[in-house]
Structures are given as C-alpha cells and as structure tokens.
Design a protein around this ligand. Sequence first.
Ligand code: PEP
Length: 251
Amino acid sequence: MRTPIVAANWKMHKTAGEAVGYFRRLLELVAPQPKVELVVFPPATLLSLAKKHLEGSPIGWGAQNAYPEPQGAFTGEVSVVQVADLGARYLICGHSERRHIFGEGDELIGRKVRAALDTGLVPILCVGELLEERQAGRAWEVVERQLSTALADVFLPSPERLVVAYEPVWAIGTGVPARPEDAQGMAARIRKWLEGRFGKPGRAIRIQYGGSVKPENAREFLGLPDIDGALVGGASLDPDKFWAIAQAALT
Ligand code: PEP
C-alpha cells in the first residue's frame, strides 16, 4: 500500500510573515490524520519557522536543495546536515530548475541523493525530459539516464526512503500539464526500472507527477495506477489550493 504524498514546492517565494500565515491556514484545513502525506518545501530561510509551526502536526517539511557535504568551505551553500537539523524529512534532488538554471548534472544530483540517505533524509529525485527530447522520441532515454546515474551506488534500506517525481520540464510552471496517459506511461516505466534496480521492494517506491498540477486537474493525475502523489509548484503557494489538490488523492 503506497500512501499518496503531495508536496508543495514554494521555490523562491514567501517572507517569514507570509509563511506563518500559510502554516496557520493549512493547519486549520488539514484533518488530524489525513490519509495522504503532506510535505511543504519552503526556502531554506524559512525551515526553522516550519519546524516551529508544523512540528507535531501531520504536515511534514523538507528542503528544496542542499549541498552534499556535511560542512566545509562552500560559501552560500546549506548542507544536508543543516537542513536535517531543522527537522527536514525530505530533500528535493535534481529539480529541473536546479538542472537547467544552475547547471546541476546527474553526478552531483547522485551525490545529493546519497548524502540525503546517509543523513536520514528521504530524497525526492526529480526526473523529466525537455520538450525537444520528447518530440525527438527520447523521453524515456533521458529519464532512464537520470535515474541510473543518480541512483548508482545507492543502498536503499527500504522503499519508503526514496520518492521519484516525474516532472516533464515543459510542463513545469507553464500551465500545460502532461496528458494523463503520458504521465501514467512514464510512471509505469519508472516503476519497472525501479523494480529492476532494487528488486521487488522497488515497486513500492512512490512516484509523483509534477507539472502544472492544480485543483481542477489533480484528480486526473492522482487517480492513475502508478502515480502516488504530486509535486506542486505554483498552485501550492495558496494553502487552500494545495489542500484541494491533496484531497484529490483521497477520492
Ligand atoms: C515544480 O516546481 O516542481 C512544479 C511542478 O511547478 P508547477 O506546479 O508550477 O508546474
């Protein structure tokens, strides 16, 4: 049984005051024991506020990014240990904006995945192809390369310790989601690949879809057999919309 996981990626949005308002509203909305796992990814500057307001609630929090060394001379970076120290449970690794704006490659993303696991965090490994790669019929080739490099040398103690987010780059922040049948097709191939890599337990690794998910279309994705949740950007900035998306995972 894979519990759906719906995550709010705030990207570089919200001040401290706005974050507190968001946490208060989301806590009002969320049922005491929702059958969907909710995780909020604020910017690193707001992680301590997430801990203060969400600790002991059903809502988890995680970091959008972290450097894979525990400490050191890496000016401007925040380490996996530092985010874990603020109660983060999850770490997004290889988001398309990290790959395509900041030039992160598969090797570095793999180091982040391993560092997250070593630190007790659960990596959410984002994979997904560019539009031209899809149009050239290379979507699976790209996703498979991203999976196999990032998950090389990974020891996974149990399937709950990893989440994979399929996020076609052309669907992120564009308002144009993937077709549900394409998202399902890719998720099924990812699940088969995970089984090949990790054996039968690999089938229990949760797979999210991300890319222009909103309350109006969430049900189309969250009802698919191989999709176990959503990674949501724009629509997650409003706690009511985020909760409406999460509810779609329950029906
Ligand atoms: C994302 O940031 O991972 C994302 C999917 O963004 P959006 O929902 O805005 O497309």
